[in-house]
Design a protein around this ligand. Structure first.
Ligand code: COA
Length: 166
């Protein structure tokens, strides 16, 4: 486990988050190479509901973004997780898990009802995310769309993302 400090994004962090997201996603076969632009677009639109960075002794080595989503059944206070990025040379040392755990705790604290994401179930299942056929995100293979209920009933319907997601 690499020792990191996690804190909310601050003014001035933007270029480091941009570069980190770019290099983290570049080798990923599923990436379209624009995740760094997505983070900027969310921020510009005021849709970056929670943005956390992980720092080692010198620099930002991890980042996670959360934004609000809408659900067609009217469920409120649901968020999307992502993108999440860890510096390539420090991946698989626990930083991603620390950011995800911290983000979930922060959202729970502010009264979030749940979180959705698009990602590998083998990874996100360990945090309690699971696919629910009642909750739909048209397009990608359904099993990659997962949700974590933090409070109340599981919603049912179609999930809509902020415009920055395109
Ligand atoms: C995905 C990512 C955020 C995970 O963070 P990390 O700090 O590398 O991972 P952690 O050290 O917290 O967790 C390691 C564990 O997760 C697993 N894991 C990591 N990335 C995974 C992935 N994409 N798919 C499946 N499992 C994954 C590892 O196999 C390891 O499993 P183990 O604990 O059973 O050995 C990071 O690898 C990353 O930035 N990847 C490139 C960008 C990316 O794919 N982002 C997520 C898109 S959904």
């Amino acid at each position: 486990m690499t020792a990191v400090t996690i804190r909310p994004e601050q003014a001035g962090d933007e270029p480091a988050i941009y570069e980190l997201t770019k290099v983290a996603f570049a080798p990923m076969p599923f990436s379209e190479g624009d995740e760094q632009d997505l983070v900027d677009a969310l921020r510009e639109a005021g849709d970056l509901a929670l943005s956390l960075v992980a720092l080692d002794a010198e620099r930002i080595v991890g980042h996670i973004a959360f934004s609000r989503v809408a659900i067609s059944d009217g469920a409120q206070d649901w968020y999307d997780l992502g993108p999440v990025s860890v510096a390539p040379e420090l991946q698989l040392t626990g930083i991603g898990s620390a950011l995800i755990g911290h983000g979930i705790a922060d959202l729970r604290h502010r009264g979030a009802k749940g979180i959705v994401l698009l990602g590998n179930p083998d990874y996100y299942g360990r945090f309690g995310f699971e696919h629910d056929p009642q909750l739909e995100y048209p397009g990608p293979p359904p099993q990659y769309f997962q949700r974590l209920v933090l409070e109340g009933d599981a919603p049912a319907g179609v999930v809509s993302y902020p415009p920055a997601f395109g």
